[in-house]
Write a protein that binds this ligand. Structure first.
Ligand code: NAP
Ligand code: F7E
Length: 376
């Protein structure tokens, strides 16, 4: 019998990679989707219609939908990835964030208990390095005290503790993966890495003049999302239910990420100024770009905007993945920082060129429509 997995957040970056990973392992995969007026299934479009991949409407804020779905699917494993996952947005929508990211976890646990699956169903909770927040030690491991520093992190802290509580109170196999930032070519476009790789590609192709960022000094431990979903699965295959830090153990600033991303787009940057006045200036160009009419040496292509500062910012995340290496046999360095940046930029260089071709076709279609009219 194939194992049955239920994934909340299946349309997200991690949900899409995890679906592929579990299907390849022979699982029957069920995912939760929400009704939307626009198409948001881009990341899983290639999986729709694949045998053993099923989508169901439900919502993390709707207990009944979760209870009914867990009863119908009877999962062996639940991967709870659904969340309002943007830290800056959590300052603007704190109540929604708490409902989905905190109480949503409780709803999943109760849906499992209501269906009497607590002895058979294992649950993975997408916890986060944001729990360490205003960090109390560097690097951070499973025993580092938490100091959440945003509405998102506070909501996720509830999720972490309610998972621990149900593990102890009801002897359930439920665990947190404390994952540090993980990125990919499928990363949401407003997270800093993807915002940078897309902008570097647009600037190199003459489609954007400047990229505005917030705190350039912020330090992150960035890994590759495709490598990290394996850990979610390994955590649920472990003999005992435990929490694990998943990280690379290597740290870089936002500025370093931008410098490397622009390098792969053919633009060498030098940095001038401090704080709000800091600028990324074009120092030199690849031979291909040097011949073009777009970006020029001396152009300011990166500037700082206070719009992207947060009321409280987490600035020094570095994970210690020793436990995951030792107990799960996981290799945190299978994709390095350098490889990650390179593959994201390569993807976005192609995407921006292709988007342009599509926009050209739309322009021609629109011109034809305007000329001929709708009914002619
Ligand atoms: P993501 O791309 O933002 O995806 C979030 C997913 O949650 C989407 O599928 C979204 O559905 C779904 N969702 C949001 N609200 C929902 C609701 N009310 N009901 C049902 N589904 C809802 O996030 P990600 O990067 O894949 O991250 C996955 C999980 O890991 C999240 O819980 C995140 O907080 C956590 N995490 C991420 C990182 C990271 O670096 N990526 C690190 C640590 C922890 P729609 O498509 O319909 O919006
Ligand atoms: O910010 C700084 C910003 O939004 C990283 C989520 O997946 O990882 C993610 O949360 C850093 C912060 O990710 C801009 O101030 C500078 O210090 O890419 P981010 P995040 O906040 O770390 C954790 C582990 C999660 O759990 C979350 O779900 O970059 N930064 N300039 C900027 N950030 C953004 N977004 N945009 C800027 O322009």
């Amino acid at each position: 019998m194939a194992k049955i997995a239920l994934i909340t957040g299946v349309t997200g970056q991690d949900g899409s990679y995890l679906s592929e990973f579990l299907l390849a392992k022979g699982y029957e995969v069920h995912g939760i989707i929400r009704r939307s007026s626009v198409d948001y299934r881009e990341r899983i479009a290639h999986l729709e219609g694949v045998p053993h991949f099923h989508l169901h409407y439900a919502d993390m804020s709707d207990s009944m939908s979760l209870v009914k779905l867990v009863g119908k699917v009877q999962p062996d494993e639940i991967y709870n990835l659904a969340a309002q996952s943007h830290v800056q947005v959590s300052f603007d929508a704190p109540e929604f964030t708490a409902d989905v990211d905190a109480v949503g976890v409780l709803r999943i646990l109760e849906a499992v208990r209501t269906n009497h699956l607590e002895k058979s169903c294992r649950i993975y909770q997408a916890s986060t390095s944001e729990l360490y927040g205003k960090v109390e030690e560097v690097p951070q491991n499973e025993n580092t005290p938490f100091h959440p520093y945003s509405p998102y992190a506070v909501a996720k802290l509830y999720g972490y503790w309610i998972i621990k509580e149900y593990r102890e109170a009801y002897n359930m196999f439920c665990c947190s993966g404390i994952l540090f930032n993980h990125e990919s070519e499928r990363r949401g476009e407003t997270f800093v890495t993807r915002k940078i790789t897309l902008a570097a590609a647009r600037i190199a192709q003459g489609k954007q003049e400047r990229l505005y960022l917030g705190n350039l000094d912020s330090l992150r431990d960035w890994g590759y999302a495709k490598d990290y979903v394996e850990c979610m699965w390994l955590i649920l295959q472990h003999d005992t239910p435990e929490d694990f830090v998943i990280a690379t153990g290597v740290q870089h600033t936002v500025r370093e990420f931008a410098t490397l991303a622009f390098h792969h787009a053919g633009i060498e940057l030098r940095w001038e100024g401090k704080g709000i006045d800091e600028k990324g200036i074009v120092e030199s160009l690849s031979p291909a770009l040097a011949q073009g009419k777009g970006v020029q040496i001396g152009d300011v292509v990166v500037a700082v905007s206070p719009d992207f500062y947060r009321p409280t910012d987490v600035v020094n995340l570095l994970g210690d993945p020793s436990k995951a290496k030792r107990e799960l046999g996981w290799n945190p360095q299978s994709t390095t920082f350098e490889q990650l940046v390179e593959l994201m930029v390569a993807h976005d260089m192609k995407k921006i060129a292709a988007d342009d071709a599509a926009a050209e076709i739309r322009k021609v279609n629109l011109a034809e429509y305007l000329e001929k009219g709708v009914d002619k």
